[in-house]
Design a protein around this ligand. Structure first.
Ligand SMILES: [Zn+2]
Length: 455
């Protein structure tokens, strides 16, 4: 049976960086999203139109809520939930004193399973339906992450993190062991349901050439494997990489040399990119995960968004927990907005850009642009219902919102996990807040005034 969800609907079926913000945002103040029993969207538009086209559909009334596509997090570390908020350090000190010791605790598989449960449910309760997850250094811990992601029903791409120098001894493996463990995980999890595998060297700083060579071999081990790592995050890190790889032109070259830069490669940060690196990233069709909270938190720097746009380098948003300040992509979008606003000569981005970066841009980086990212017919019904707590600040702002764009700006500014009421992947519920969703039409508490279907 077809289902219609009645809500205020916002999505970005067009790229605001190309089309302009006004043309990118599509909004229906009294909207209907219809999807079939297979979880595919069949219609999205004004509720009255969708209803009359599907008179036999079951209607779920969420007209007091805002519906947006499922959010996509392009860079988030599963083992780092416990270090969120470790202030007062830059990257290399933060890794050595707080983060790597915490990651070493995941050698205890029972603890890893507990972290995996907290992490995966944290993604869902923040409205994140798809993520490229930086995994654990331990194969058993990585196994628990995949198992938990499968149980939860999220779209997760992840892999064993491999390193053989410059971390802690407990986190190092030989290239031979990294190969064998990664192969076993690929065979077990890659392409299973909504899960895919990403070959994950931590960063060049923690990998010998032999390890990067193994990663190059692994990337070709099965169709559709991803590659993820870090790039150009912090000046001290970049300097150290240059010293370890004296033959390299720049940081990107240390990955290129081993065949690790291509359409299914996603590198986090790229705060200090050279012009040559941007050109080569664009030519290779690789993607960047922009993580503005983390970049500010560790004093890494301000992402050169305009230069990435000009070079034609694809980028989306990553929360980068635990240097990032939480799992919310609304929070992350607000941070992206803040830092681009204060960057001298920076470009001004608005709510439509933020929604695009938090949805379709990430979907595109993950090769899922035909499947998710907006609410067009044919795509999977991955969506989030947002219902701010009654009487709170966001509730008051939305009641007086003059336009769809203003509503979206208020959501990025104020909506956090307490506003996420329900989350679905392919029409299947993956999260519901304790507050039960009203099913009776009379439960409507907030409804935008009648307006043109697109504002
Ligand atoms: Zn990271």
């Amino acid at each position: 049976m077809t289902t219609i969800v009645r809500a205020q609907i916002l999505h970005t079926p067009r790229d605001p960086f190309a089309a302009g913000a006004a043309d990118a945002l599509e909004a229906f103040s009294d909207g209907g999203l219809a999807y079939g029993p297979d979880g595919r969207i069949v219609a999205c538009g004004p509720f009255a139109d969708v209803r009359s086209a599907h008179p036999d559909a079951a209607v779920t009334d969420a007209s007091d809520a805002v519906l947006v596509p499922g959010l996509v997090d392009l860079h988030v570390h599963y083992p780092q939930i416990a270090v969120i908020g470790a202030m007062g350090m830059t990257l290399l000190e933060w890794l050595a004193t707080r983060t790597l010791p915490e990651e070493a605790r995941l050698a205890d598989t029972a603890y890893a399973a507990e972290v995996a449960r907290t992490f995966v449910s944290g993604l869902a309760r923040n409205g994140t339906t798809t993520a490229l997850v930086f995994g654990s250094h331990f194969a058993d811990a990585q196994e628990t992450l995949f198992a938990e992601a499968e149980r939860a029903g999220l779209r997760i791409t992840s892999g064993l993190v491999v390193s053989d120098r410059n971390l802690m001894r407990e986190l190092h493996v030989t290239p031979e062991a990294a190969y064998a463990q990664s192969r076993a995980l690929i065979e077990r999890w890659h392409g299973r349901g909504r899960l895919r595998y990403a070959v994950t060297p931590r960063f060049s700083l923690s990998c010998t050439e032999a390890m990067l060579e193994v990663c190059g071999t692994l990337v070709g081990a099965a169709d559709g494997l991803f590659l993820t790592s870090h790039l150009n995050e912090n000046p001290a890190e970049i300097q150290a990489v240059a010293e370890l790889f004296p033959w390299s032109r720049d940081y990107l070259d240390t990955y290129e040399r081993f065949g690790l830069v291509g359409r299914r490669s996603v590198f986090a940060h790229d705060v200090h990119a050279t012009g040559g690196e941007l050109q080569r990233l664009a030519a290779a069709d690789a993607s960047i995960a922009h993580c503005p909270s983390s970049n500010a938190f560790l004093a890494s720097g301000i992402f050169p968004m305009k230069r990435h746009c000009a070079a034609g380098v694809r980028f989306g948003l990553g929360t980068d927990v635990g240097a990032g300040t939480g799992l919310s992509l609304f929070k992350e979008g607000l941070m992206a907005y803040h830092v681009q606003m204060v960057r001298e000569g920076g470009e001004l981005i608005g709510p439509a850009h933020l929604l695009w970066l938090a949805t379709m841009a990430g979907a595109d980086a993950l090769g899922l642009a035909d499947e998710i990212g907006d609410l067009s017919p044919g795509r999977s019904a991955d969506y989030v219902l947002l219902r701010p707590p009654a009487g709170g600040t966001l509730d008051a702002v939305l009641r007086n919102s003059p336009s769809a764009e203003a509503t979206l700006g208020a959501l990025f500014t104020l909506a956090r996990e307490e506003c996420v009421a329900e989350v679905r992947v392919a029409g299947e519920r993956v999260f519901a807040a304790d507050r039960a969703m009203p099913t009776a039409p009379s439960a409507a508490r907030f409804r935008a005034p009648p307006a043109p279907s697109r504002r």
